[in-house]
Design a binder for this molecule. Structure first.
Ligand code: TYM
Length: 337
């Protein structure tokens, strides 16, 4: 059996440059590089979307998110499978079984849950439970590699723990995904990727941050995006250096520059280290972001909904076949069959 690379992007709204550089682009690069040796599963976690409000129409957002992969350069072939989570019922069914393996303690420690529920009077159970559904998304397909941003690493660790616990309790059933250090290595980075908020670089860039200048959306005009980079918060040390704790703004710019141009971060750091003019670095990064968006948006505009709709029947037939076989094995192991 071929190993599998798998990922998904929630489609509650437009995506940010953080989603693009942290997950979408790494997945596209890995798929283009490895799709001869690996199965590549790209799915839309639409069941995940309904844990929170949705801008626009969910089904239109779904098609849009698949277009994003193609606009980012995904080269389709018979080893790349594209499907919608809600069209493969086994995801929700396995999530139920895994709910009975996961503990309240470990789920309560999930940072994303804490962040998403903080300050709210009431939180839906889906927000609490969605990492279990995510584990099901991954384990059904025996995925070894799951390219995601650093904020999802804790959910990957949970997935590994649930798989190991299930295997210990019921016998070898699931492939345990690689540990996060190996995931990062596979994506060609030292650590997980976290693109920072441009105004407040101690935080990650997030679509839910209200300030327009904090984030670059994939729908921003290239000029708007360049302006946001030029206005990004840096520091007053007047010395370019990669240090996320003392110089997160400058470090973020170096990281963005490396990812867009597919260059090793170390090489970009060496090029800029010790220079004093932050304006020069900003100009360079602004130009990179501007070119990236211009190219991405031109490609995006050339793809029709019909182009996407014709990919789904093959992807969903494939996904149901693999997922149903794994679910049958699980049902048998736990005694339901
Ligand atoms: P989601 O939709 O919140 O985010 C999609 C992807 O974008 C990454 N990301 C970032 N990366 C770097 N810097 C940032 N500032 C940044 N912001 C977001 C996220 O890490 C993610 O990879 N639960 C997942 C979706 C999901 C999934 C799965 C992923 C559901 N099932 C199975 C992989 C495998 C989520 O909510 O990501």
């Amino acid at each position: 059996m071929k190993k599998t690379i798998l990922t998904g992007l929630r489609v509650n709204s437009e995506l940010t440059l953080g989603n693009y550089l942290g997950a979408l682009l790494p997945m596209v690069r890995l798929a283009n590089k490895y799709s001869k040796e690996y199965a590549v599963n790209i799915f839309v976690p639409d069941l995940h979307s309904i844990i929170s409000s949705i801008d626009g129409n969910l089904q239109e957002n779904t098609l849009r998110s698949i277009k994003y992969y193609l606009a980012a350069g995904l080269e389709l072939n018979e080893n790349i499978h594209i499907y919608r989570q809600s069209h493969v019922p086994a995801h929700a069914e396995l999530a139920w079984v895994l709910n009975c393996v996961a503990t309240m303690g470990e789920m309560s420690r999930m940072i994303q849950y804490k962040e998403k529920s903080e300050g709210k009077e009431s939180t839906n159970v889906g927000i609490f439970d969605y990492p279990v559904l995510m584990a099901a998304d991954i384990l059904l397909y025996s995925a070894s590699f799951v390219p995601v941003g650093e904020d999802q690493f804790q959910h990957l660790e949970l997935t590994r723990n649930l798989a190991e616990r299930f295997n210990n309790r019921f016998g070898e059933t699931f492939v345990v995904p690689e540990e996060t250090r190996k995931q990062a290595e596979f994506m060609g980075t030292d650590n997980g990727i976290r693109i920072r908020d441009l105004v407040n670089p101690d935080k990650k860039m997030s679509k839910s941050t209200p300030g327009e200048n904090s984030k670059i959306m994939l729908s921003d005009t290239p000029e708007q995006a360049a302006k946001k980079i030029m206005g990004a918060t840096t520091d007053s040390l007047e010395n370019i250096n990669f240090d996320l704790s003392t110089q997160p703004g400058v470090s973020n710019l170096l990281q963005i520059e490396a990812l867009i141009n597919d260059r090793p971060l170390g090489e970009v750091i060496r090029e800029w280290q010790g220079k004093t003019r932050y304006g020069d670095l900003k100009k360079q990064v602004a130009a990179s972001v501007q070119n990236l968006l211009a190219d991405f948006q031109a490609k995006y505009a050339a793809i029709s909904d019909a182009d996407i709709e014709k990919l789904l029947p093959e992807g969903e037939a494939y996904a149901n076949e693999i997922a149903n076989a794994k679910l049958a094995e699980v049902y048998q192991k736990v005694g339901l069959r």
